[in-house]
Design a protein around this ligand. Structure first.
Ligand code: HDE
Length: 694
């Protein structure tokens, strides 16, 4: 069939827009030269069964482009997921900074956020035990500002010089190319055991912070100390914190392992579902602001990225709210091509001399050139400033899209054409006096490696301390070389003797190794800080969480509706799991469709579970190993469990007589009170007092 072609005139010498339609009115499929394709299924051959002809430009155009679809993945943070959002200023900071987003309460700034893991490659699983990236691009009306942070407020190293070694050590070992997305191997722990400055970060890394339940339930941190600069050129030090309104939440290690099998895309799916169902996650941007005198009051250095300022000493004050409100409609165009750079700052935001930050300021621009292939990455839609256009005399290069028109491509020029520098509005670096002798040296003020590691550990609840200890036992247990395990326990002795003894026992070390040599003795007087614990900063309700309800034939339909209503009422979601995805039949004979069949709907995917079954389905469900696993795992992971007529399943799952006060018999009374009590309990997320939970 001959395509129907309409031609429209282009403007400004740009490409003419061509709309080609097929006889049915659909848009015509074309080659990249705009030639309509008559057959997209068969290559051009000499004879029906003959060789394919080189002349087949349709085939070559298609395959040529396909062959070049991949760009280099990020060296670190390769696996990530992005979303669009809006930042709303809630506190006028104009006296402290001239940064555009903070000039007026209510001011809105568009943002793009990318969450990521660090060590794994693009296709690795979401629930790796790993630090998470939390990178935010603000499209302000004075240019783009990138706050490229992590979900942990400190870092492994103090100087950028060490970064390539750290990353080499954690990545798959170069001879065998494994393990993928894991720090649990010799080269990582060998490096760490030789790097005392990593110990504070290691405490965070071994805590449940590195196995978040969702991107939505983790904090973000700018890590370094930055500067805010006001119109008068006065500077204030600042540390950036993102606090999730959803509350903090992590999974258990056993859950993480199982989620990676059941749904390796758990985090990106979770964010996608939240965004596409209108459940928009929010974070408050909170600032710790201080001056030089305050900085001097510490015995650590505020330029040292392995240190925090406890919030009990200096509160993190809310100044704005980030709402993620739109999923990307093309992953590559936005999430893959977004180029975050720490040196993307705007007037009012400035750097400090943190040697890690200074090195990052080189690395990010450099890496974008490699990854995106051209200095014109700034012209990609996701990277273009939005609040203000770019005006400069840069030109040409690979894939340049919009060179300036006209004769003048330089400045100054006497033709009075083109943009000019602006000493008033333009970026002015903070006028910091700098003087010194050229040296390669680590300042003595960076030498205390253990005190804050200890402070982090003693700030955790007993449950969290146990998780941290077990994580160390797991990770060090994966090291083949006993010397590495011993060296690490030597460091732990400088942090907390009980922790060291517990890890040593878990590893089966015959005797405690001597403590590692410490440049500074560990301070024993730093008080615990509640802000450092996940469990002390959990959610207030079940909002944003998911209840998985396993239904078996004959279940009480009214009860299901009541339970679903109660979960939705508090802002949660319900997903149904049934022996077949087609669903199960309730006591009124209605078929209720499920989102998962029991093979796919493992209970590790949910925050709380219920099992509702009727006399017709009870025996069949109890006989299914997957249903037994569903209940057994939910119980072992401390989840709140609602149940009706599931006694037989409790028995076959090996849980007979073990139902505790975290288990709610929803079939007992028909008044809805038990349902409400169950859903209210679910806000606590786990029944920590269940036997075996600590
Ligand atoms: Fe990065 N880091 N980093 N990093 N980083 C990259 O840039 C680097 C560091 C962080 O979603 C790379 O575009 C050096 C700290 C995030 O696209 C690269 C040093 C923090 C992301 C790079 C650090 C981060 C990156 C790789 C030590 C928390 C992902 C791909 C001096 C504050 C951004 C890329 C996204 C990505 C270098 C340390 C966070 C190679 C040299 C500390 C969230 O440029």
């Amino acid at each position: 069939m001959k395509p129907n072609t309409q031609l429209q005139n282009g403007t400004d010498g740009g490409p003419a827009e061509v709309h080609q339609t097929t006889a049915t009115g659909a848009e015509a499929l074309t080659t990249s030269q705009g030639v309509a394709i008559s057959d997209n299924q068969n290559s051009l051959k000499a004879g029906e069964r003959g060789p394919t002809l080189l002349e087949d430009f349709v085939l070559r155009d298609k395959i040529f482009h396909f062959d070049h679809e991949r760009i280099p993945e990020r060296v670190v943070h390769a696996r990530g997921y992005g979303a669009h959002g809006t930042f709303e200023c809630t506190r006028d900071l104009s006296a402290i900074t001239r940064a555009a987003p903070f000039q007026q309460v209510g001011k809105l700034t568009e943002t793009f956020v990318r969450f990521s893991t660090v060590a794994g490659s693009k296709g690795s699983m979401d629930l790796a035990r790993d630090v998470r990236g939390f990178a935010v691009k603000f499209y302000t009306d004075e240019g783009n500002w990138d706050l490229v942070g992590n979900n942990i407020p400190v870092f492994f190293i103090q100087d950028a010089m060490k970064f390539p070694d750290l990353v080499h050590a954690v990545k798959p070992e170069p001879d065998r190319a494994f393990p993928q997305a894991q720090s649990a191997h010799d080269t990582f722990w060998d490096y760490i055991s030789l790097t005392p400055e990593s110990m504070h970060m290691v405490m965070w890394q071994m805590s449940d912070r590195t196995i978040p339940r969702s991107f939505r339930t983790m904090e973000g941190f700018g890590v370094h100390t930055f500067r805010l600069v006001n119109a008068a050129g006065e500077a204030t030090f600042v540390k950036f914190h993102w606090k999730p309104r959803q509350g903090l939440q992590s999974v258990l290690w056993d859950e993480a392992l199982k989620i990676n099998g059941a749904d390796p895309d758990h985090h990106r799916r979770d964010l996608w579902e939240a965004l596409t169902t209108g459940d928009h996650p929010q974070w408050d941007l909170c600032l710790q602001m201080f001056d030089q005198d305050f900085a001097d009051s510490f015995d650590f250095d505020i330029l040292d990225a392995t240190k925090i300022i406890p919030e009990e000493i200096l509160p993190a004050e809310p100044v704005g709210t980030l709402t993620l409100d739109r999923a990307v409609d093309n992953f590559f165009e936005f999430t893959e091509q977004v180029a975050f750079c720490t040196q993307h700052v705007i007037p009012g935001i400035d750097f400090t001399e943190d040697p890690l930050l200074q090195g990052r300021n080189f690395s990010y621009l450099d890496t974008q050139l490699k990854r995106l292939g051209s200095p014109n990455f700034t012209q990609l839609k996701v990277n273009q400033p939005r609040g203000c256009p770019m005006h400069n005399f840069q030109q040409d290069g690979h894939m340049r899209r919009d060179n300036r028109r006209g004769r003048i491509n330089y400045e100054p020029n006497g033709f009075e054409e083109g943009p000019r520098e602006d000493p008033l509005k333009g970026y002015v670096s903070y006028a910091e006096p700098v003087e010194g002798t050229k040296v390669r040296i680590r300042s003595d003020s960076f030498a205390d490696h253990y005190s804050q590691a200890r402070q982090f550990y003693i700030s955790q609840t007993a449950v969290e301390q146990a998780h941290l200890r077990n994580a160390l036992i797991f990770e060090l247990g994966r090291c083949e070389q006993a010397r590495i395990r011993r060296a690490m326990v030597g460091h732990l002795r400088n942090i907390d003797e009980d922790l060291a003894a517990g890890v040593a026992a878990g590893l089966g070390l015959p005797e405690l190794p001597p403590p590692a040599t410490a440049a500074r003795p560990t301070r024993q007087d730093l008080p615990p800080s509640d802000a450092l614990s996940i469990l002390k900063n959990g959610p207030e309700s079940f909002a944003g969480r998911v209840m998985g309800i396993l239904i078996g034939d004959g279940f009480d339909g009214t009860l299901l509706d009541r339970l679903t209503g109660a979960v939705i009422e508090v802002g949660g979601k319900v997903k149904l799991v049934a022996p077949r995805v087609g669903g199960a039949v309730d006591d009124r004979g209605d078929l209720r469709e499920a989102q998962f069949d029991i093979q796919a709907g493992s209970s590790v995917l949910f925050d709380a579970v219920a099992v509702l079954v009727g006399p017709e389905g009870e025996a069949a469900l109890a006989d299914m190993p997957q249903a037994q696993g569903f209940l057994r795992d939910a119980f072992a992971h401390g989840k709140f469990i609602g149940h009706a007529l599931a006694g037989e399943l409790f028995r076959t799952a090996g849980l007979e007589g073990r139902a505790d006060d975290g288990c709610f018999d929803l079939g007992l009374v028909d008044d809805g009170e038990t349902v409400d009590a169950f859903v209210a309990s679910c806000a606590r997320l786990r029944h920590w007092t269940r036997k075996g939970m600590t």
